[in-house]
Design a protein around this ligand. Structure first.
Ligand code: ATP
Ligand code: MG
Length: 210
């Protein structure tokens, strides 16, 4: 990261975008991306639009902060780097606002890893089932809480030699007011296994009907 300087980014540097955030290449580091909220998706704006918004803390509307908090929590207990979630480095100021700085998830050949949705479109579902098992097992074993493991929040990374592994790049954290899954590793595992079944069903449906 570049100290206190403001990183200049513009839309020619977009990697992709979701419903809440735009993902930019880092101008000074090819191995990093910057996650910036769309103007109308800024946490304070989202909260202000909801009549019950002020009953929840601002942090609960901030996907960048929820991802980062959960990442730090997981890393405190993990025995080493976790392949199942992308690395998060912290924050940087940019010309598009404050950004979360994360690892640019790439394949061994340097290309950006594709989403699980894209992978299913191109290759069908057969290869992904063992990968989904491995992903959820690693999440459960390391007590990682994830609220939203859907087809576009998971990337398929191709490693040296062609092996594949799934990496979560969004939707970390506990959305519940009383965070039971955060408190209990056993309960988190149970919830993760339900989410796994939902993801598998979605993948099957998507592969069949598009
Ligand atoms: N670390 C990363 N490395 C490579 N590509 C990424 C990375 N993070 C995000 N992307 C790409 O950008 C897209 C949008 O990112 P992300 O899911 O973080 O945005 P979002 O707006 O929070 O999503 P949602 O629509 O689920 O709320 C992803 O589907 C993926 O294609
Ligand atoms: Mg997303």
């Amino acid at each position: 990261m570049s100290g206190d300087s403001i990183l200049a980014i513009d839309d020619s540097m977009l990697v992709d975008a979701g419903t809440r955030r735009k993902i930019y290449r880092h101008p000074e580091d090819d191995d990093k991306i910057l996650k910036v909220f769309w103007e109308d998706q800024m946490p304070a704006r989202r909260r202000a639009r909801l009549w019950y918004g002020r009953f929840k803390s601002l942090r609960r509307y901030d996907d960048n902060e929820l991802d980062y908090l959960q990442y730090r929590r997981a890393m405190k207990h993990a025995p080493g780097p976790l392949g199942c979630i992308y690395t998060i480095f912290g924050y940087a100021e940019t010309t598009q606002g404050r950004a979360l700085v994360g690892e640019h998830v790439r394949n061994a050949d340097g290309g950006t890893s594709v989403t699980l949705r894209r992978f299913l479109q191109d290759h069908g579902p057969a290869k992904i089932f063992p990968l989904v098992d491995d992903l959820f097992e690693e999440l459960a074993a390391n007590h990682v809480v994830t609220k939203d493991p859907h087809l576009e929040n998971i990337l398929v990374r191709e490693l040296e030699g062609g092996a594949l592994r799934l990496v979560i790049i969004d939707g970390l954290g506990d959305p519940n007011f009383i965070p039971f899954a955060t408190w209990s590793k056993r309960l988190n595992r149970k919830k993760l296994m339900r989410k796994k079944q939902t993801l598998i069903r979605k993948a099957q449906l998507f592969a069949e009907f598009g």
